[in-house]
Design a protein around this ligand. Structure first.
Ligand SMILES: [Zn+2]
Length: 406
């Protein structure tokens, strides 16, 4: 310190510099006072942080005691399930993220089917045991790794995170025989909308090893081709009929659309010419149509024609106020409604979650209808996940089998 001050400043040339010794003693006094003040302030802050009414800086939250309880209960719940023979608990530990401490558990499996079962079991258990829990999807970066991450949150703060993943199976796997005894868990119809603009997607969907249904938009370049591919693969075909949306004409439902301004006769003519484009359709569902499906008179006119043609109707539910299904029932037209949109979020992880939601609805109600789109992500997830759902005892059926129903 003294060395640094040994160089006199330029202004000392003015002759007004104080004597060296006096300056030094004043300076060391100031340093002592300063240090003392800093120590005092530090002690005061520490006391305040520990006992004061407010936190001056965030202190790490303790692990909530019920997080550990929830973890143990979740593990014993999974162990009770007879259909998870390869379940292995890899790791359980408290972890800290963004100043919050919660429990984290890693479970691994040898089959994707078991992961689906485990995922459903964990989620159902959390929801049934602790109604205040919010069950959440994954961190996106986890989802990208093909891992399923379930979060149990309370009041927005995490309590327990469970990660389910596929572990490497040894070269000579010591695997039990197929552990699943399929029993019917419910019937699922999966309708892929908006076909007719993409030949390749139609081909890939037709090739899927499950009885999905293809909904084809009339007056599109590949409408005829999509129908042919679907029928050749034994898939059911429905007419995806363009109807007036709320923000028409800002949003255009496409050629041949049914519009609110049309008379009953015009609506019938439009429907019949659209049907000529997809002549083997057994059912009709609406493309857009958030305005027209709210119109009882237009829906009644539509249903009269469907009834006369022996066709069923699927309400895509693009409007929460749709009267289409009511009008179908009044006209005696077999009808169904969409339960789940599979790919509003196109990330594969999100699509898989929607498929699981669909299977859960089917389990609860015996039946469920999902609508997806010919996105590459949707096709990929369907190809991967449908065989597992079928193995678990869910039956994928053509849409017409769920029109009306119990
Ligand atoms: Zn559509």
């Amino acid at each position: 310190m003294a060395k640094g001050r040994a160089k006199p400043r330029a202004k000392s040339k003015t002759g007004r510099a104080k004597p060296k010794a006096k300056r030094r003693s004043f300076f060391s006094f100031a340093v002592r006072v300063g240090l003392g003040l800093i120590l005092l302030l530090g002690a005061a802050l520490a006391v305040y942080q520990t006992w004061g009414p407010f936190e001056l800086w965030p202190r790490p939250a303790p692990v909530p005691p019920d997080a550990q309880t929830l973890l143990h209960e979740t593990i014993s719940q999974l162990k009770r399930l007879p259909r998870l023979p390869s379940l292995r608990i890899e790791k359980t530990e408290p972890i800290e993220r963004a100043g919050l401490v919660f429990y984290s558990a890693d479970f691994s499996f040898e089959t994707e089917t078991e992961i689906i079962l485990a995922e459903q079991a964990v989620e159902d258990f959390w929801k049934s045991q602790i109604p205040a829990l919010e069950v959440d999807a994954a961190y996106p970066e986890e989802a990208a790794k093909g891992t399923t991450l379930l979060m149990a949150n309370r009041g927005g703060s995490p309590l327990l995170a469970v990660r389910l993943f596929l572990r490497e199976v040894p070269a000579e796997p010591v695997r039990p025989a197929e552990p699943l005894l399929p029993e019917n868990h419910g019937r699922i119809a999966i309708v892929i909308d908006d076909l007719g603009n993409n030949r390749e997607a139609a081909q890939q969907l037709a090739d899927l090893p499950a009885a999905i249904t293809l909904a084809i938009i009339p007056f599109t370049p590949y409408a005829e081709e999509a129908e042919r591919l679907a029928l050749r693969a034994g898939k059911e075909v429905v007419l995806h009929l363009p109807m007036e949306p709320q923000d028409y004409p800002h949003t255009d439902p496409g050629p041949g659309a049914l519009l609110s301004a049309m008379s009953d006769a015009d609506l019938e003519r439009a429907l019949l010419s659209a049907l000529q484009e997809v002549p083997n359709a057994v059912c009709v569902n609406n493309h857009m149509g958030s305005a027209l499906t709210e119109d009882p008179a237009a829906m009644a006119a539509l249903m009269r024609t469907l009834k006369a043609r022996g066709l069923c109707f699927l309400d895509s539910r693009t409007s929460a106020h749709s009267v289409a299904q009511d009008q179908a029932e009044q006209a005696g037209v077999p009808a169904a409604r969409r339960d789940v949109f599979l790919d509003n979020d196109r990330r594969p992880y999100a699509i898989r979650r929607r498929l699981l939601e669909l299977s859960r609805l089917a389990h609860r109600h015996g039946r469920a209808v999902g609508i997806g789109h010919p996105y590459p992500e949707t096709i990929q997830v369907l190809a991967e996940t449908l065989p597992h759902l079928q193995k678990l005892g869910y039956e994928v059926v053509p849409l017409s089998q769920l029109a009306n129903g119990p």
